[in-house]
Design a protein. Structure first.
Length: 201
């Protein structure tokens, strides 16, 4: 569980946009709702890259109808491990779909790599800190304009990005690290301010 909390991070976002902090996330305040939405969007953008802490291999079995349901929970995507299946299978609703044979039924179980959306409490501290700093900068950019955002906001984004990448490189398996080089480069560009409200690039 991250040391930081959503309330603390929402207040960080509000302060970055020169707005007053709040004592609760409930109550329906518009600024709070916007900040929470920005925080969730930033989290999804990062986690959808597929990092070592939200990626795992699973064997997806067929049900009684020979269909392969997706795993329960907040799965962002699944990709067959076998390369011959990777362009043949698609996610359709809560099931896998065989595009080659135009059917939801399969003749075998499939081993996949699953990428999960993690709730805030399940994020590693370095990831939560980086997401919060990134979201704070974007929130401030949109609220008061890029030219008015304090240098300290951008500096915190840079520092948390550095720590996140350090931890990611040190704890990832070698193949996962090399697969994620594009993500690391993306995040590096993001911290230098190349990113706009469209997200991580």
């Amino acid at each position: 569980m991250p040391i930081t909390t959503q309330l603390k991070d929402v207040n960080k976002m509000l302060r970055a946009a020169t707005q007053s902090p709040v004592s609760t996330l409930t109550g329906g305040q518009r600024d709070v709702s916007n900040a929470l939405a920005a925080l969730e969007e930033a989290s999804l953008q990062l986690l959808s890259k597929g990092l070592h802490f939200n990626t795992e291999r699973l064997l997806l079995g067929r049900n009684g109808s020979n269909e392969i349901p997706l795993p329960g929970g907040n799965v962002i995507r699944v990709t067959p491990v076998d390369p011959s299946w990777q362009h043949r299978v698609a996610q359709r609703g809560t099931r896998l779909y065989d595009k080659e044979n135009n059917t939801f039924t399969f003749t075998q179980d499939l081993e996949v790599t699953a990428v999960w959306f993690l709730t805030w409490d399940d994020l590693p501290e370095s990831a939560a800190a980086y997401i919060a700093a990134y979201a704070a900068r974007l929130f401030a950019d949109n609220a008061i304009g890029t030219q008015n955002v304090a240098a300290s906001v951008r500096e915190e984004e840079l520092n948390t990005r550095t720590e996140f990448l350090r931890e990611h490189v040190n704890t990832a398996e070698p193949n996962m690290f090399y697969d994620s080089l594009g993500t690391s480069m993306t995040l590096d560009r993001a911290a230098r301010g190349v990113v706009n409200s469209g997200g991580f690039r």
